[in-house]
Design a protein around this ligand. Structure first.
Ligand code: ADP
Ligand code: MG
Length: 337
């Protein structure tokens, strides 16, 4: 047994709570290990629950991202977890740990960002908790959602042969973060602003999640918070499968390409390993791939990106020109970088 948290890692810690001590959930419920927990609701419906914590000094700096965008983002990332199950939002709860020296104007801007996001998606705030903190602020948002029973999409349903699709290109959020950390990267202002927006104001793909869930199109789904490869790894683990990703198929936007040239980076690095894209990543049976592409184009006006195939063999392989190799960097986890 390891005795420090860094060695145990974020997922080791979660496993500690997942494996022991608590009574088992009821049959149709699903708990730890997916984007949301699933509970039986009124007849024909299931209830989804997700919660996310933002800590000062870990997820945000008081002098960094403005509090308005922080408020927006704290709800948007929870909405993205709902989208990843195919659900629709229902109600929110907010827990705050606030140090005495936090300016009221900071809290007021945070509230406005949160409320604007809630208004955009029609979500009431129904409760929470407020407490004083010693030094750093802690903001914890819990979101409830709903999905027709049986239409919820888990991480665990992928079958070998399924196609792997991306709901939109990834990497711009990581590029935005790189710009925050290194403002000397030479980019024109409009590009800089667009990348910062991708990082600070992510758009949850709720309509896409609902389209795939209601159409029974996706066998497995996740939203990309930890990076494309790492989150694909979560689908593979939960589905007891592996994946092959064709690098030529991984989309790189012109904006990301311009950033990569300016930062002297391979654009595939942020696209594959950068986090906080909040794009949906999902699997579709091969015979339904065309239908999924067409439904997204027709109903939502968006283009889906097929990037690979689910395999029997565990692990992820990356392919270029018919050659396959293991990825060397699979994304970011807390406690272990
Ligand atoms: P996401 O990136 O989608 O928010 P996480 O990687 O944070 O998901 O969490 C993975 C799973 O572990 C989720 O099902 C979450 O509810 C669960 N989880 C995380 N932390 C804890 C904890 N301390 N106790 C119980 N379950 C947890
Ligand atoms: Mg998630």
């Amino acid at each position: 047994m390891v005795d420090n948290l860094e060695e145990l890692g974020e997922f080791g810690i979660i496993d500690l709570f997942r494996k022991s001590g608590f009574p088992p959930p009821e049959d149709a419920w699903a708990g730890i290990g997916d984007d949301c927990a699933v509970l039986e609701g009124p007849p024909g419906e299931r209830i989804l629950v997700t919660t996310d914590m933002l800590l000062e000094g870990v997820h945000f700096l008081r002098g960094g991202t403005g509090p308005y965008l922080l408020g927006w983002k704290s709800l948007a990332v929870n909405l993205s977890d709902l989208a990843a199950m195919g659900g629709r939002p229902w109600a929110a709860f907010l827990a705050l740990g606030l140090p005495r020296d936090l300016p009221v104007s900071y809290l007021e801007d945070f509230r406005k960002g949160l409320a604007d996001c809630a208004a955009r998606y029609g979500i009431p705030l129904l409760g929470g908790d407020t407490t004083a903190a010693r030094k750093d602020a802690a903001l914890c948002l819990t979101l409830l959602g709903r999905v027709p029973a049986g239409r919820e999409v888990y991480r665990s349903g992928a079958d070998p042969g399924d196609r792997i699709l991306l709901g939109r290109p990834t990497g711009e959020s990581a590029a935005g973060l790189a710009l925050v950390l290194d403002p000397s990267i030479d980019l024109p202002d409009p590009d800089r602003e667009a990348l910062l927006l991708a990082h600070n104001k992510p758009e949850p793909q709720l309509d896409l999640g609902a389209l795939l869930s209601l159409g029974g199109l996706a066998t497995a789904m996740i939203d990309i918070s930890d990076g494309l490869l790492r989150d694909l790894g979560h689908i593979c683990e939960e589905s007891q499968a592996g994946a092959r990703v064709e690098l030529e198929k991984v989309p790189v936007t012109p904006l990301l390409a311009r950033f990569a040239a300016a930062a002297k980076k391979d654009p595939l690095d942020p696209a594959l390993a950068g986090g906080e894209d909040y794009a949906l990543l999902f699997c579709v049976p091969p015979q339904r791939e065309e239908e999924a592409l067409e439904a997204a184009r027709r109903d939502l006006g968006i283009r889906l990106h097929p990037i690979g195939t689910v395999t029997d063999d565990p692990g992820i392989l990356l392919g270029r020109n018919g050659e396959w190799r293991k990825p060397d960097r699979t994304g970011y986890t807390h406690f272990r970088t």
